[in-house]
Design a protein. Structure first.
Length: 446
């Protein structure tokens, strides 16, 4: 009896969990069903990547006991996979290694020179002589350009350093300015003071000036240098790093001119100014030093003339003094007049164009000292004096009580000469001395 070929039949597993344990009371404990990921990992472990799908399944029953015998002894070096996909990873790694080996074998089979132990010389590249000459010329030109650019940079740096050496730094000049003049910072500006308040002056003019940083002149480097004489006379203002802004009423040059006239004939002439003092300081400091000296001289002359004009109006003389504009006329002797004029010009060369004859340095020095004495008396009072008041009694008046001074002595203590009276007295003395000298010379000649 012949039987047909067997047919594989797929049988579904019952939807029941396996029994893990049966207790004594008959209670069954089932195993927890596998999750989807665990089921996928279990199925992945069963995949044999080394087996082809076209190969027929060969069942060898004789080898099963041998396999069981081989699996029974436990290899101490064998370690079970801790990761479900470990077998898949190892098989993929083996497949990748085989592919790499196959690629290397194909590369060696394609390139025969990999199989040769001795080095194989490559074919020399044909180069033309003209190409080599052109390449050398190009390399030399590049090197020359680099050297020329470096030389230009060094030359420019040297010229800049030389120019910077001539141009003073702003902060250095500001330090020099602060050593000679009073400065203070108001907001973002630097304000200076030209007045004589600290010396005791009570002149109404503030004498303020402003210090600013000089702006760079783009045409300064292209301008030709001046003559040596001019450069030695005055410093170049372009080299100064700061600028001094003086009020317009203090700009220029001012001086006090004193003339003694007899019948429109000059007997004595004197000028009062502060110019010419401190030339060494001017050369060391800069152009701003001379500008401030001129401005302070204008302020000094204005204060002196203002004081003289005020006294000329207040004095009660037999022949009244006349103040007209910037000129004061006072009578010394009958027919002899003393004229004091304030000359203020904005040109620096104006005083030098008018030659002055018979310059009297004694009268000039006296005018300086008289105003300085007024400043000194305004700040130095004999003690004790009231702390809240600017004035105080003199030392002689304080001793008037203990010494039992009479009324005449007290009146003499209160008397004081003004600047104009002292100048008139000195001018009379000079005139009388000249007249006496003339008489003595005439008698000696006769």
């Amino acid at each position: 009896m012949s039987y047909p070929l067997s047919v594989n039949i797929s049988v579904e597993a019952p939807i029941e969990n396996q029994i893990q344990e049966i207790q004594y009371d008959g209670t069954e404990i089932y195993q927890r069903p596998l999750s989807l990921s665990e089921n996928l990992s279990k199925c992945a472990q069963k995949i044999d990547f080394a087996k082809s799908s076209n190969e027929p399944e060969v069942v060898v029953k004789k080898e099963e006991p041998d396999k069981k015998q081989e699996e029974d002894p436990k290899d101490p070096q064998f370690q079970s996979s801790l990761w479900p996909w470990d077998s898949v990873r190892s098989k993929l790694r083996d497949a990748f290694t085989e592919v790499c080996v196959l690629s290397d074998v194909l590369a060696i089979a394609k390139e025969k020179r990999y199989m040769v132990l001795d080095p194989v010389p490559q074919e020399p590249v044909e180069t033309k002589p003209i190409v080599q000459v052109y390449a050398r010329k190009k390399a030399l030109a590049n090197a020359a350009n680099i050297l020329l650019s470096g030389a230009d940079r060094l030359r420019n740096t040297h010229s800049e350093q030389r120019n910077n050496r001539n141009t003073s730094d702003f902060h250095i000049e500001l330090l020099r300015l602060r050593q000679n003049w009073r400065l203070k910072k108001v907001s973002n500006s630097i304000i200076g003071d030209l007045s004589y308040r600290t010396a005791g002056s009570k002149f109404m003019h503030s004498g303020m000036f402003e210090v600013t940083k000089a702006e760079e002149d783009p045409n300064g480097s292209n301008s030709p240098p001046g003559s040596p004489a001019a450069s030695n006379a005055l410093p170049n203002p372009k080299n100064s790093a700061l600028r001094v802004n003086v009020p317009s009423e203090l700009q220029g040059v001012a001086y006090i001119k004193v003339i003694t006239q007899k019948d429109q004939e000059d007997l004595c002439t004197a000028t009062v100014n502060l110019l010419g003092h401190g030339s060494n300081i001017t050369q060391q400091a800069g152009i701003w030093q001379k500008t401030l000296e001129f401005a302070q001289n204008v302020l000094f002359c204005k204060e002196l003339f203002n004081q003289l004009a005020k006294e000329a109006v207040q004095l009660q003389a037999s022949i009244p003094h006349v103040v007209v504009g910037n000129q004061i006329r006072a009578t010394l002797l009958p027919g002899i007049q003393l004229m004091i004029s304030l000359c203020h010009t904005t040109s620096l060369d104006a005083p030098s164009t008018e030659p002055i004859n018979d310059h009297d340095h004694v009268l000039e020095h006296s005018l300086h000292q008289l105003l300085r004495e007024v400043h000194y008396r305004n700040t130095h009072h004999p003690f004790p004096h009231p702390a809240s008041g600017p004035l105080g009694p003199s030392k002689k008046r304080m001793l008037a009580g203990p010494t039992a001074a009479d009324r005449y002595e007290l009146l003499e203590m209160t008397k004081s000469q003004t600047l104009l009276e002292q100048i008139i007295a000195q001018a009379q003395h000079i005139f009388m001395r000249k007249r006496t000298q003339y008489v003595l010379d005439t008698l000696a000649r006769d």
